[in-house]
Design a protein around this ligand. Structure first.
Ligand code: BGC
Length: 762
């Protein structure tokens, strides 16, 4: 192992910075100081009951009349707010409400809270506006994060998040349980579509962009909400791939891959965090003082509100068996560092925490810390000033331009994986047979969190949402489209191979729309990544007709399709493109849009061969006899960063301004991108770095910067990326973030340059 001089230096700089920041006297932050005093004054007036109530979050089910109505039950509401003093409510019952219904509900809740509670503390309402405010009728839904990550476009992530925040605030809600910052490195995981994919840097950049857009710059805006980074930490990497099952992740791996997006989000002042429902290394995260206090607060410096996930305090007893009673579960979670429990189906948390404080097991000082954070958040989103739906915010609901944003985002996410012999784009005059379960279905285009939790009930979607069939017919006329697919994904008629064969006789091309219907969380658990046999049979029947077949994949995670890909002439991956998805798919197939999406994950070829692009060198299998490499290691169907265009691009002249540099210097890499084809197009430029030798086995390569560039045919553009030694850092064996001196390679496309980072003093 090398002497780690540079690493030590970097740590010293970080520590010095920390001391400097913590030494700023409160007088230098007059605003936050005034807020602290205000919160403290309020806390002084509150009873223990009120404090415990503020830490209690229940679902709307507990205040509505019954399963069929969206009306508030006055008695239940009074019980929740006046008797149990709850501080927060979440969710919807069953499905999205109209804007009007939301306003009635929010107004009534707030009226009661600010008129009849002793300290007039408004309620903080929270919602899952995951890819648009999916729980209000008529809202605009955008591609899920996995598609947004394919765009590699920060400004689009910002734009979609801004609309989401505006449409959420318009309903009267000021807290969004988004974004998911877990990495999508386990494709079986049923929440893969909610992630920004497998890369640490990409997830961090896009996550921060979303958080900043959600939160805006101040509470007096009318289009911002508090964001919630989730789920801290390790949720996305369950060992079995099944939702909410145990993860086993060494601490240095957590710090290298999983922590940085959360670290960046904290630095961007994210207001809240939601905790991982699962366990990591044998400890449920909700009971882990190490994760919730040592790492999250002491080390990352998170100052916001930590909310549990659904029923997870109760589950410390009922599911994880680390607490021998529900009361012990509450004690464990609070001592670990939780501020608010999403109880959410009863008031047990309130009752038990009250007991614990009254008997002295949990100190009032401890709950004061949490309540202060919750009150600060309520101030930050302006609830004390005006807790009701605001006129200015309502004006920002359903603006016509939101559809344009949705179309732009969906188009930018389209990822072309195969185009044999330039089969695509299709001629507009061609007669097309559209087949498959996703051809005439809107729910698969949207996925989870779409007007209902599971997203599967199309009766709640706006009537204007198009299926691929409808969008195709709009574009080329009904006479040019043959399609017998029906809306219900699982309907047998969607898998009818005989019908497909006879329909194909009258078509020039077959566009086969396959993949997954919507699902969310545990109902989306699968045992096999392979696309199901009925869909594969449909693909084989399509190929057997002899007509050129284009496969359009609508899916939230990469389903293995290798058995049918060789015969496909074209393959377009659409992910979950949402409300304008059908238009985006058709525009791409017909060449009105030139695709530029690139994969945010490695698309596996086989279910047993799942590896991320930033794997380690020894992932290559080495045979003892005859002592050669038996296998290339990383061999996905399509690698991370892959995506075709209808034009061609070339990267050249990759240069670096220094061949050696020291830790206090930066380096600038320059390169040229050229459109060598005949169509205008966008290209994603990705800069990768490779640390050749390091004290911990280095990654094969790591993404360091990305940029999307628009180029006319024949046009060239130069670009520059500046990096510092910190950009080349990693977590060493003793869990410190260090940059070790030595040789590094930088790559853009096929071009490579080398740079040496000097040891201090060289
Ligand atoms: C999910 C969270 C979500 C919460 C509230 C849970 O089941 O894991 O991501 O925010 O429900 O709906």
């Amino acid at each position: 192992m090398k002497r780690n001089v540079v690493g030590t230096l970097i740590i010293i700089v970080f520590v010095a910075l920390g001391i400097l920041i913590s030494s700023l006297s409160p007088e230098q932050n007059p605003e936050s100081d005034a807020l602290d005093i205000q919160v403290q004054q309020l806390l002084n007036k509150m009873t223990v009951e009120e404090k415990v109530g503020q830490m209690t979050q229940v679902t709307i089910d507990l205040i509505l009349k019954d399963y069929k109505t969206n009306e508030i039950d006055e008695q239940k509401l009074r019980h929740a707010i006046l008797d149990k003093k709850v501080g927060s409510i979440l969710n919807v019952k069953e499905h999205a409400y109209t804007l009007d219904t939301w306003h009635k509900i929010i107004r009534r809740i707030q009226e009661l809270a600010v008129s009849q509670t002793p300290n007039k503390i408004p309620i903080l309402y929270g919602i899952d506006a995951i890819h648009g405010n999916n729980y209000v009728k008529g809202s605009t839904l955008f591609p899920h994060n996995i598609g947004m990550a394919a765009t590699r476009d920060l400004s689009l992530v910002e734009k979609t998040a801004k609309v989401t925040a505006a449409e959420t605030r318009a309903t009267g809600i000021r807290w969004n349980f988004d974004p998911v910052l877990g990495l999508g490195r386990q494709p079986l995981w049923s929440r893969f579509e909610e992630t920004f994919g497998e890369d640490v840097y990409l997830t961090s950049e896009l996550g921060v962009a979303a958080i900043k857009a959600y939160q805006g710059t101040g509470p007096d805006q009318y289009d911002n909400v508090a964001a919630c980074m989730k789920h801290f930490i390790g949720y996305s990497l369950p060992l079995s791939g099944k939702d909410r099952t145990p993860a086993h992740i060494p601490d240095n791996v957590i710090r290298e891959y999983l922590l940085p997006p959360f670290e960046r989000a904290v630095a961007a002042d994210v207001a809240t965090v939601m905790i991982n429902s699962g366990e990591v290394n044998g400890v449920p995260v909700h009971a882990s003082k190490y994760f919730l206090t040592t790492l999250l607060r002491d080390e990352l410096g998170f100052k916001g509100v930590a909310v549990s996930d659904w029923e997870d305090v109760i589950r410390l007893h009922s599911r994880h068996h680390v607490a021998d009673s529900p009361k012990e579960a509450v004690r464990l979670a609070i001592e670990a560092g939780l501020d608010m429990s999403m109880v959410p189906l009863d008031f047990s948390f309130y009752d038990l925490l009250l007991e614990l404080v009254k008997e002295g097991t949990i100190s009032e000082k401890r709950i004061d810390e949490s309540v202060a954070r919750i009150l600060k958040l309520k101030y930050a989103v302006n609830l004390f000033e005006d807790p009701f739906p605001e006129e200015e915010a309502i004006k920002k609901f359903q603006l016509p331009e939101y559809k344009e944003v949705a179309l732009e985002a969906a188009k930018a996410s389209m990822t072309l994986l195969k185009n044999e012999g330039g089969t695509l784009p299709l001629p507009a005059s061609a007669k097309v047979l559209l087949a498959g379960p996703a051809a005439n279905n809107v729910t698969s285009l949207h996925g989870s969190w779409s007007y209902t939790w599971q997203g599967r009930d199309d009766t709640h979607y706006p009537g204007s949402t198009l299926t691929i069939k409808e969008a195709f017919e709009n574009k080329v006329g009904k006479a040019n489209v043959i399609c017998h697919s029906v809306r219900s994904y699982e309907d047998e008629r969607n898998f009818d191979t005989a019908l497909l064969r006879s329909d194909a006789k009258n078509a020039d091309y077959i566009v086969l729309c396959l993949g997954e219907d919507a699902y969310a969380e545990s109902p989306g658990v699968i045992d096999d990544l392979t696309l199901d046999p009925r869909q594969q049979a449909l693909a084989q029947a399509a190929v057997a007709t002899g007509k050129p077949v284009i496969l359009v994949l609508i899916e939230g995670r990469p389903r293995v399709v290798s058995a049918v890909t060789d015969e496909m002439k074209g393959i377009l991956l659409a992910y979950r493109p949402a409300s304008q998805g059908a238009n985006a798919i058709v525009a791409t197939l017909l060449g009105e849009h030139n695709p530029s999406g690139v994969l945010p994950f490695s698309y596996p070829k086989s279910t047993g061969d799942v590896l991320a692009y930033d794997h380690k060198h020894p992932e290559r299998i080495r045979e003892d006899i005859p002592n050669t490499y038996g296998d290339g290691g990383y061999k996905p169907h399509w690698p991370f960063g892959y995506g075709l265009s209808y034009t061609s691009f070339k990267f050249s002249k990759l240069k670096v301004d220094k061949t050696t540099f020291s830790v206090d210097e930066s380096i600038t890499l320059t390169a040229t991108a050229t459109n060598t084809g005949s169509k205008e197009g966008n290209v994603v430029v990705e800069l990768y770095a490779r640390d050749l030798y390091a004290s911990v086995t280095p990654n094969f390569k790591r993404l360091k910067r990305f940029k999307k560039v628009n180029l006319q045919p024949g046009e060239s553009k130069n670009m520059a990326f500046t990096l510092t030694a910190a950009d080349l850092s990693f977590i060493n064996a003793v869990k410190e973030r260090v940059t070790e001196p030595g040789q590094f390679e930088f790559m853009i496309g096929e071009e490579t340059v080398s740079v040496e980072l000097l040891a201090t003093g060289s």
